[in-house]
Design a protein around this ligand. Structure first.
Ligand SMILES: [Zn+2]
Length: 217
């Protein structure tokens, strides 16, 4: 039985596995990222090559997480717990290869002011120039990505940096296969940022301004 089928069987013991399934390892991903493709009964799991040597039971947890997203079901397994615990610890071990002087300066300011310098520097990079997703944090690759649209606004970069570092610090809660990132504790912490209301207003204005430009053309 291949790993996908085994993961499926443990997740849905009452169901038949009628799929063609394969796992592909790729060097193109950020460390420990993965995605799933599904078409005409064929499940293809693309995993970053870093997964190759990871414990089988943890890998089953990863595959189950992807399967429940694919089949939009609510389930919770021991393997998924193992996988989530693994992901939460990963940031200590993934290689730190990406940085950028603007983002590093922002990280240092925010870490110093709000986290007593206790947060270890994650990978940092500027992403696409977009106003819809201004920042993100990937647990698996310990990577904060900030939209290039903010490149010249250090105040907003700091505010987004703070949000993403809160993710790194507080991580997420898992329930029934769903992960909750913006919990009430998270939102409370977010408001502790100096002038957070003003910052939120500035973000709103920026998004509004740029969505109208988008619509005009
Ligand atoms: Zn967030």
């Amino acid at each position: 039985m291949n790993l996908v089928e085994e993961s499926f069987k443990r997740l849905y013991p009452e169901k038949e596995f009628n799929y063609e399934a394969q796992i592909k390892y790729s060097g193109k991903f950020q460390p420990f990222n993965a995605n799933v493709r599904f078409s005409s009964n064929k499940i293809t799991l693309n995993l970053s090559k870093h997964w190759k040597t990871i414990d089988r039971e943890i890998k089953i947890g990863l595959i189950q997480e992807m399967l429940i997203k694919l089949f939009k079901s609510k389930k919770h397994t021991k393997n998924m717990d193992m996988y989530n615990t693994f992901i939460k610890k990963l940031h200590r071990f993934v290689p730190k290869t990406d940085s950028n002087p603007i983002l590093e300066a922002s990280f240092n300011r925010v870490n110093n002011k709000y986290f007593s310098n206790l947060i270890e520097q994650p990978n940092l990079k500027f992403g696409k120039e977009t106003f819809t997703k201004l920042g993100s944090y990937s647990y698996a690759s310990d990577l904060i990505t900030i939209s290039s649209a903010l490149k010249h606004d250090y105040e907003l970069i700091d505010y987004i940096m703070y949000h993403e570092l809160l993710h790194k610090k507080h991580q997420f809660k898992s329930k029934n296969g769903r992960n909750y990132h913006h919990t009430s504790i998270f939102r409370k912490k977010e408001k502790e940022y100096e002038n957070s209301e003003l910052m939120e207003k500035r973000l709103e204005r920026l998004k509004r301004k740029n969505s109208s430009i988008f619509k005009l053309f």
